[in-house]
Ligand binder design. Structure first.
Ligand SMILES: [Fe+2]
Ligand SMILES: [Fe+2]
Length: 415
């Protein structure tokens, strides 16, 4: 949008001060079309609804506007956007109050004097000192015919009542808003499904091995802290979160006799354990990640690659190891050192940093290790909040004789 276009829009969407000229029929249509066009491009539902509420007050020459969303699980309507009320969030059971009644019946309510109507709830007025008089309340109906929200405009400027013309205007806006709200709700639901799915996959992996219980969750939290410390945000952090949660997913293909073997692994077993990183990449390649998260399987599969090219499964040179993988690798080592294993206690932060410093350059990315050191307090705080996920001394496999350092097994699978 050009600067001039933005200014034009801003002028149109500003609430008019008293005495400003009324909106003409031509400009009214223009406003409706404009807000409908914006509906298609704005992904931030809050911003969109706020915009629509502003335009609605202008179109209907009303003092205030509120947009309620229907919460079916709690059987309530709640005010997602409330322009000029200062009343805080309003919640009402479906079927109670004016907005609640519109949500229940799906029918418009246009009343000339709110205080004459027994359904009207004067409590927000009492809190703010405002005086509601005229009210026009209209349902936003979704594709399956269910009311998903309620538009309400309050107090026609100049003291008149809301007209049938106003009802029609609100009806066109309500239809557009319904599409936007349903789309946003669908996206939120899909996101929830996606998040819980990958979290479940991570829990499944960790559950196979008592001594690494909670490992994937912890690595994810540490990787987030390190990623943020390196300036990553938004989708870049999302990718790291997903890759960290799933980094050891390939362990699903590792037989119990190797995965659960206490003590040292021989060379053949060590080689076998290494397969899990390649398997992680293979399995995740079957998931159709959103376009901007396509490299999640690659990040996850690279978590045992090393900066000196001696890592696995590919032995990639440093320049081919993605930043996300370097971060997950550092988070993975951080957890292996700070959490207890059957062969070693939980190391102190001091000892952990010392060991990681020794790994910087050859094994781990030195700038990532530096970020770990700089943000050790955030990591410590996260570690403390995750301690409840550590394996307990009585857990299976946690009673073997203590050794020191990281075992080959950890270097192969958990390090
Ligand atoms: Fe691993
Ligand atoms: Fe791991």
């Amino acid at each position: 949008m050009t600067e001039e276009r933005r200014k034009q829009r801003d002028r149109r969407t500003q609430p008019r001060r008293k005495g400003e000229r009324r909106v003409t029929a031509g400009s009214k249509l223009d406003l409706i079309l404009d807000v409908t066009r914006r509906l298609m491009s704005i992904t931030d539902l809050d911003a969109l609804l706020r915009d629509m509420a502003t335009v609605t007050t202008q179109l209907l020459d009303a003092d205030r506007a509120t947009i309620f969303i229907v919460d079916r699980e709690r059987a309530e309507v709640w005010s997602k956007v409330a322009l000029g009320t200062g009343a805080g969030e309003i919640r009402q059971p479906i079927g109670v109050g004016i907005a609640g009644t519109v949500a229940a019946t799906g029918e418009t309510i246009n009343i000339a004097d709110a205080y004459e109507d027994p359904r009207f709830n004067p409590e927000p007025d009492h809190r703010t000192g405002y005086r509601t008089k005229t009210l026009l309340t209209f349902p936003m109906t979704g594709q399956n015919g269910r009311v998903i929200g309620v538009f309400q405009v309050v107090n026609k400027n100049g003291g008149g009542e809301f007209t049938t013309d106003d009802e029609e205007t609100l009806s066109s806006l309500g239809a557009s808003a319904a599409v936007a709200v349903e789309n946003a709700q669908l996206i939120a639901e899909q996101r929830r499904l996606w998040t819980t799915l990958i979290e479940t996959l991570a829990v499944t992996i960790d559950a196979r091995d008592q001594q690494t219980a909670g490992h994937s969750q912890r690595v994810t939290r540490y990787a987030e802290v390190i990623g943020r410390a390196l300036g990553l945000q938004g989708i870049e952090l999302e990718k790291i979160r997903a890759a960290a949660l799933l980094h050891d997913y390939g362990k699903i293909a590792v037989r119990d006799q190797f995965l659960l073997k206490p003590g040292k692994l021989d060379q053949a077993e060590f080689e076998y354990m290494k397969v899990h990183a390649e398997k992680t990449g293979e399995f995740l390649a079957h998931l159709v990640f959103p376009q901007d998260m396509r490299d999640v399987p690659v990040i996850a599969a690279q978590h045992h690659e090393r900066m000196d090219g001696k890592g696995y499964p590919r032995g990639l040179p440093a320049e081919r190891i993605l930043l996300g993988a370097r971060i997950v690798a550092a988070a993975d080592v951080f957890d292996a050192l700070t959490a207890p294993r059957y062969y070693k206690p939980a190391y102190t932060l001091e000892k952990t940093l010392e060991i990681m410093d020794g790994m910087a350059g050859d094994h781990l990315d030195a700038s990532v290790v530096a970020a770990v050191r700089r943000n050790v307090h955030d990591l410590e705080w996260t570690l403390d909040s995750m301690k409840h996920t550590w394996p307990k001394p009585g857990d299976e496999g946690m009673t073997a004789a203590p050794e020191s350092g990281l075992s080959e097994r950890d270097q192969a699978a958990n390090s």
